[in-house]
Design a protein around this ligand. Structure first.
Ligand code: PGA
Length: 255
């Protein structure tokens, strides 16, 4: 089965809406000759930038998919400061990152919370990018596979069989995020293969379809070797996604 690679830019809490528009335009310039039938690209700006980016993508007919970095699990309600999946769907958001390690570590998100968010995203016709990954302590204690398995079982618990068909999982070792220290292609491949096996155990047959991204200090220098691994179907890119030239080179490495 051939899986179309997905390269996602997670802008985190960077860029106001004017800067976001500029980055969309610079990226479209850098990727002008790119074949989008070979690689899918999603951009995940902060919530306040979404409408501006969506307008640019629409008006200039850019081939990027719009993405969000998080959302609440409920459609509406008294949840001050939160953004619902229905609001994102209305903005033509295609992909929503859920359970990023920064959300888990800094905002106390449990697998149960992540599962509810993933199900809510899928219910509204968008695709969740469900993040999992071990800490350095876990890895050094030989617990990496066990931790990732537990996160997957918890975080994917509420998805239906049909929702597994479009699912994206991002394997992001916590110690590699924003540190400049990426997992070796071999270690990343091993864990992504493990993720595929676990997804298949949860829903038999889903393992072949699920797209698995590697994330954690993906840069132009290491992208090609990581993306060449048989079980790595794309990348979730943080720092390097804020630079149009670097991000375009990562997309090209996937093509
Ligand atoms: P990084 O971030 O590429 O800056 O390591 C990846 C992520 O947090 O998704």
């Amino acid at each position: 089965m051939s899986r179309t690679p997905l390269i996602s830019g997670n802008w985190k809490m960077h860029l106001n809406h004017l800067e976001a528009i500029q980055l969309c335009q610079k990226l479209s310039y850098e990727l002008a000759r790119h074949r989008y039938d070979q690689v899918e690209v999603s951009l995940h700006p902060p919530f306040v930038d979404l409408r501006s980016c969506q307008t640019v993508i629409d008006a200039d007919r850019l081939e990027f998919k719009l993405g969000a970095q998080d959302c609440h699990s409920k459609d509406s309600g008294a949840f001050t400061g939160e953004v619902s999946p229905t609001m994102l769907a209305k903005l033509q958001v295609s992909y929503v990152i859920v359970g990023h390690s920064e959300r888990r570590a800094l905002f106390g998100e449990t697998d149960e919370v992540v599962a509810a968010k993933a199900a809510a995203v899928a219910k509204h016709g968008m695709t969740p990018i469900v993040c999992v990954g071990e800490t350095l302590d876990d890895r050094e204690a030989g617990r990496a596979a066990e931790v990732v398995t537990t996160q997957l079982r918890g975080s994917l618990a509420k998805l239906t069989r049909a929702q597994f068909e479009t699912l994206v999982v991002a394997y992001e070792p916590v110690w590699a995020i924003g540190t400049g220290r990426n997992a070796s292609p071999e270690d990343a491949q091993d864990m992504c293969a493990k993720v595929r096996t676990v997804v298949n155990d949860i829903r038999s047959g889903a393992g072949e379809q699920v797209r698995i991204q590697y994330g954690g200090s993906v840069k132009p220098v290491n992208a090609a070797e990581l993306l060449r691994q048989p079980d790595i179907d794309g990348a979730l890119v943080g720092g390097a996604s804020l630079d149009a030239v670097q991000f375009a080179r990562i997309v090209q490495a996937a093509a």
